[in-house]
Design a protein around this ligand. Structure first.
Ligand SMILES: [Zn+2]
Length: 408
């Protein structure tokens, strides 16, 4: 039955501000909360509410952490009595273990179990929903930001990170031409991600290069470091000097868009590329340290809910070891060749200018570079670094809580 309190009715002037709150126990374990004029009540599982009791015995306020004794937690816990206070906007629960909890209506609403509310939370706050794009749409989706504004204004920092999360690419303009830009930018977000190749790295033609990227040859589409379990998330490429030769353009493709095409038009290829585990590797040495990295993962990786988490693609960094059943080999090659050809056909080429900082999602976009004629008269000098999504999303959430919004 509904338990109603009429506190606001007796305090006349509060009546216009307070909405009547009704609470009731349903199915002996759940709690329903209905605010006046709302059509649907909010339903909360009792076990979850007890687990999330906010009292001092159950919750450590300053670290915002649960400290409930979980060794003895009763999953069969039941609410016994309920009370709603319309002035303080709180719901009090007495439990079958004699404990008492109190929850504010706002706290409850923010944790609504309604499907749409959960979707909104995940889309707006957990990780912004991605929007996939074809190469022809690049100019429409590519957002440009001023480097100085990103560095000095939190709202612009938030917009940049939001664009990066949604589209997987964003360009900063008019950065100074010193080698410290990528570090300052990474530190504006959080901190730089170190890899085998160091923290900042310079992409220029190098004699005796240890990495394929350090040649002036065309660099086919790829994702960086597919041979890491914990891959660097976002590439920051600061153009300091750009070659005058016709080449040296960046190529970008939205790997999630290519996966969408496969999923729609070639479901068997899609399924195979999601399932067959590929060995990716990198062998070499940097600054005198030898390394041999291997990570095994499909080309298209999905999470438990079937959403893309990453794509892996690299011709040079695919291992000659291929630990799959014989019968899988040829079909996999066919499917992978289709993926790569679709990606090449959809790639968008453009040339960054000195002062541009190209930022893109390394575990979503494929990137490459057209060949160029490197010489003393025709140099090309790009400074790169990586950031991780954990650090970016965290910064984005903190900014959204402080500034609100951030939709793109
Ligand atoms: Zn408690």
């Amino acid at each position: 039955m509904w338990v109603q309190r009429f506190l606001s009715r007796s305090a006349g002037q509060l009546k216009t501000f307070s909405r009547q709150i009704s609470v009731r126990i349903v199915n002996e374990t759940n709690i329903e909360v209905l605010e006046e004029n709302d059509r649907k009540p909010l339903t909360f599982p009792g076990v979850w509410l007890r687990d999330n009791c906010l009292c001092e015995d159950c919750f450590h306020g300053s670290s915002k952490s649960r400290k409930l004794d979980w060794d003895n937690f009763d999953t069969r816990i039941r609410p016994v009595t309920l009370e709603a206070n319309e002035v303080t906007k709180e719901v009090k629960v007495k439990w079958s273990d004699s404990h008492e909890s109190s929850f504010s209506l706002d706290w409850l609403k923010e944790r609504s179990f309604q499907k749409e509310r959960q979707k909104d939370y995940l889309r707006e706050f957990y990780r912004p929903a991605t929007k996939h794009w074809s190469g022809a749409e690049f100019q429409e989706i590519a957002r440009h930001f001023s480097y100085e504004e990103v560095m000095s204004q939190d709202s612009v920092l938030m917009q940049w990170l939001q664009a990066l999360a949604v589209y997987g690419v964003a360009l900063l303009r008019n950065a100074p031409l010193d080698e410290g830009v990528v570090r300052r930018l990474a530190e504006r977000v959080g901190f730089i991600r170190r890899t085998t190749y160091g923290e900042e790295f310079v992409v220029q033609a190098k004699p005796g290069a240890q990495n394929f990227a350090y040649l002036s040859l065309p660099l086919p589409l790829h994702t960086d470091l597919p041979y890491y379990e914990y891959k660097p998330s976002v590439n920051i490429l600061h153009c300091v000097v750009q070659t005058d030769s016709p080449g040296g353009s960046n190529m970008l493709v939205d790997g999630f868009h290519i996966a969408d095409i496969l999923r729609r038009d070639h479901p068997e290829d899609f399924e195979r590329l999601c399932r067959v585990v590929v060995d990716w590797n990198d062998i070499g040495s940097e600054d005198g340290r030898e390394f041999h990295n291997i990570w095994r993962a499909p080309v298209i990786c999905l999470d438990a809910e079937g959403r893309y988490t990453r794509v892996n693609h690299s011709v040079p960094q695919r291992d000659s070891h291929f630990n799959v059943p014989l019968a899988e080999v040829l079909p996999w090659y066919e499917s992978y060749a289709r993926f790569v050809r679709l990606a090449i056909a959809d790639s968008h080429a453009f040339k960054t200018r000195p002062g541009d900082v190209l930022t893109f999602n390394n575990i979503r976009l494929l990137h490459g570079r057209t060949g160029y004629d490197d010489s003393e008269q025709n140099p090309r000098y790009i400074v790169g670094a990586y950031l991780d999504w954990d650090i970016i999303y965290s910064r984005l959430r903190v900014l959204k809580k402080r500034l609100g919004g951030g939709k793109i």
